[in-house]
Ligand binder design. Structure first.
Ligand code: PGA
Length: 271
């Protein structure tokens, strides 16, 4: 079985916190803790308005210029939570993937269930994925079923979401892809429970198989598959060891620096 060396812990802050000051209050201890960890990569995804300031990596790059990654702790990366399928133009309220990169981000979450809920279809997700990959971002593609039926029909949903998101993506770009398996019923405050590590392991194997059929075994084996949905300091070990997750996509628990650091330390230990 292919084992990924370094675990990847993504903090999806969603529409929180309300001020840059509070954002820094969360990030500062995380940064400090990361200075001592060797086997884990943290990807912090704050609201896009705080991205440049927090990453310290705003670049002046304009279209076509050489974009630079920011100089921050080697294992802290930054990501945005969404970006549009055009780099710019007359699209009020939208943010393009090159803007995201020019704000110091290396990663971009696409297809989160909360975005899908707001209208992102598989087609929209695909357009966003293609453009983000083209502009050298690492894409954290979220897939997940709304309900888990006993017959296993939900696997069809995962397959459709993954295949649709990657339609037309050149093979050479697949190394920039991470998949987060996030069952919708396990996400957020209303979720009654997280998934279980054995079930996650099954879905991860299934997703790799879908990618293997579509693009070849080597890509499938190298694909990082993360778990998301009520991930906490308590259940992280289960997903990362028994579930063999390559990492976690953490929502609520990423806003609590103490808890997030616990998860990072655990991942470092297991990485
Ligand atoms: P949660 O969110 O950890 O708060 O359930 C996860 C996510 O939506 O990515």
């Amino acid at each position: 079985m292919f084992v990924m060396a370094e675990k990847i812990i993504v903090g999806n802050w969603k529409a929180n916190p309300e001020s840059l000051r509070e954002a820094k209050r969360i990030l500062t201890p995380v940064r400090r803790a990361m200075g001592k960890l060797k086997q884990v990569e943290a990807v912090i995804c704050p609201p896009a308005v705080w991205l440049g300031e927090l990453s310290g990596g705003r670049t002046s790059g304009s279209r076509g210029s050489t974009l630079k990654y920011p100089k921050v702790e080697p294992r802290i990366r930054f990501g945005a939570q969404d970006a549009f399928w055009e780099t710019g133009g007359a699209y009020t309220g939208m943010i393009g993937p090159t803007m995201v990169r020019n704000s110091g981000a290396s990663h971009l979450i696409i297809g989160h269930s909360e975005r899908r809920q707001l209208g992102d279809t598989d087609e929209v997700v695909n357009a966003k994925v293609r453009l983000a990959l083209k502009h050298d971002l690492k894409v954290i593609l979220c897939v997940g079923e709304k309900e888990r039926d006993e017959r296993g029909d939900y696997l069809k949903i995962l397959e459709t979401q993954l295949k649709a998101a990657l339609a037309g993506v050149p093979r050479r770009r697949l190394g920039q892809l991470l998949v987060a398996y996030e069952p919708v019923w396990a996400i957020g405050e209303r979720a009654k429970q997280s998934d279980t590590p054995p079930a996650f392991l099954e879905q991860a194997i299934f997703l790799r198989k879908v990618l293997a059929d579509a693009a070849g075994k080597e890509f499938a084996l190298a694909l990082p598959v993360l778990y998301g949905g009520s991930a906490t300091a308590e259940n992280a070990r289960g997903f990362l060891s028994e579930g063999r997750a390559d990492g976690l996509l953490v929502g609520r628990a990423s806003l609590d620096a103490e808890q997030f650091i616990k998860i990072l330390r655990l991942a470092d230990e297991l990485g």
